[in-house]
Design a protein around this ligand. Structure first.
Ligand code: PEP
Length: 255
């Protein structure tokens, strides 16, 4: 990454894992490991663990994120959580448009866009996920897919707000599969996202946006991925559930 322009951020996505006692144990283990990190450190945890995570990380360098947010402010939306409910308990980030939500829960670019704008309006920093599926990569339309997602997901987001937004490039075929994009593939698409942002906003704005790679990043492949100019950290699933592994990623991103 380009350290003069941006700070790397490593964000854990715990997905639907960890009861409250398990979450407490993992956070306590993480605290001393994360203390020396100079990169940004975020843990995105299930709704039931948010309050616990905010309490336990007070006074540390670990920030807390949610894994989803609804786009309406309040009302008859059974089972949903609003942005204001998250900020009120001290949550700072939220993952939006993760491929699992797109695949299993009907998330579309339109709803990703609504959630992103609602999060920003409430003062939450969104981590917006984009990425192609294997068939799209094999058909040679990765850039077309990413360009469409970036434009639709971020439509109407101001230049000021885009600088508060993290974009995670997550090739769907690499998530939870053990298959990682090569460092070249990750760099190519992250640079393409930045070029798309430069067209939508301007180069200085695009240069200020944190663009992460996500997809089976682990202690073995992190150094090479994080060494790429346009890869500003990672969104981490599996490896965020083990404090030691997550610690290695923090160390690599802090170099
Ligand atoms: C993710 O869920 O965002 C992710 C990248 O998962 P994993 O690291 O397990 O591939």
């Amino acid at each position: 990454m380009n350290k003069e322009l941006r700070q790397a951020i490593i964000a854990g996505n715990w997905k639907m894992n960890k009861t409250r006692p398990e979450a407490k144990a993992l956070i306590e283990e993480l605290k001393p490991i994360a203390a020396n990190a100079t990169c940004g450190v975020i843990i995105c945890v299930p709704f039931t663990n948010l309050e616990t995570a905010v309490e336990l990380t007070k006074g540390t360098n670990i920030k807390v994120g949610a894994e989803n947010v609804h786009f309406k402010e309040s009302g008859a939306y059974t089972g949903e959580i609003s942005a204001a409910m998250l900020t009120e308990i001290g949550v700072e980030y939220v993952i939006i448009g993760h491929s699992e939500r797109r695949q299993y829960f009907g998330e579309t670019d339109e709803t990703v866009n609504l959630r992103t704008k609602a999060a920003l309006a409430a003062g939450l920093k969104p981590i917006v996920c984009v990425g192609e599926v294997l068939e799209e990569r094999e058909a040679g339309i990765t850039e077309e897919v990413i360009s469409r997602q970036v434009k639709l997901d971020l439509a109407g987001v101001s230049a000021e707000d885009i600088k508060k937004t993290v974009i995670a490039y997550e090739p769907v075929w690499a998530i939870g599969t053990g298959k990682t994009a090569t460092a070249e593939q990750a760099q190519e698409v992250c640079a393409f996202i930045r070029a798309t942002l430069a067209k939508l906003y301007d180069q200085a704005t695009a240069d200020a946006v944190t663009i992460q790679y996500g997809g089976s990043m682990n202690p073995k492949n992190a150094a090479e991925l994080l060494a790429q100019t346009d890869v500003d950290g990672g969104l981490i699933g599996g490896a965020s559930l083990k404090a030691a592994d997550f610690g290695v990623l923090l160390e690599e991103a802090s170099k």
